[in-house]
Ligand binder design. Structure first.
Ligand SMILES: CC(C)(COP(=O)(O)OP(=O)(O)OC[C@H]1O[C@@H](n2cnc3c(N)ncnc32)[C@H](O)[C@@H]1OP(=O)(O)O)[C@@H](O)C(=O)NCCC(=O)NCCS
Length: 161
């Protein structure tokens, strides 16, 4: 499926930047980003089920000039947020948008009373690890062979909100 955004940097054309709750009509754009971002991507049905059926799930979109270029999902469990996925469209990476999206969502979660946030990240994904470290996450353990596609280990990371 083709995304509705061109594979180019947004640069000086940037006008409006919005982080907002994900809607069902965003799912095709989200799946397009998901498919170019992960070796074991979620399908549209998974996002649909999360939006429709999972009461603890919160999904956010990053929209630039009315185009969805990133997203982040969390499950709220007591006073902890568990990140399910975060990704930025490849043409928009390396420009601070991933950091912007995560900082925004973390601020929102803190406002509604969440105390801490956690995630798993592949040991090979040093780019994401750098981002998380910059945001204050610290490694807290390893889940061995966590990823079913290549049996890669996951690093568990936590941050205070
Ligand atoms: C991880 C991801 C969301 C980062 O988004 P991004 O918009 O490219 O990141 P940013 O431009 O906001 O960069 C923020 C920080 O991330 C790290 N980072 C980003 N790109 C990097 C790169 N190419 N090499 C090393 N570190 C990098 C740096 O710490 C950077 O801070 P700095 O610019 O001060 O050095 C994005 O690369 C992505 O969608 N990857 C595919 C999906 C994925 O791996 N998701 C995480 C699953 S756990």
């Amino acid at each position: 499926m083709k995304n509705n955004i061109e594979d180019q940097q947004l640069g000086k054309e940037t006008k409006t930047v919005v982080v907002r709750p994900m809607r069902i009509e965003d799912i095709p754009s989200i799946v397009a980003i998901e498919e170019v971002s992960f070796s074991n991507p979620w399908r549209a049905e998974s996002f649909l089920s999360e939006l429709n059926n999972n009461r603890v799930a919160r999904y956010y979109c990053l929209e630039i000039n009315e185009r969805v270029v990133g997203y982040m999902g969390v499950w709220l469990i007591i006073n902890e947020a568990h990140i399910t996925n975060v990704a930025i469209w490849p043409g928009c990476r390396g420009q601070g948008w991933g950091e912007y999206l995560m900082r925004h969502v973390m601020r929102e979660l803190k406002k509604i009373g969440l105390m801490s946030i956690t995630l798993e990240v592949r040991v090979s994904n040093t780019i994401a690890q750098n981002l998380y470290t910059k945001l204050g996450f610290k490694a807290a353990g390893i889940r061995r062979k966590y990823y079913s596609d290549n049996k890669e280990d996951a690093i568990i990371m936590w941050a205070k909100l």
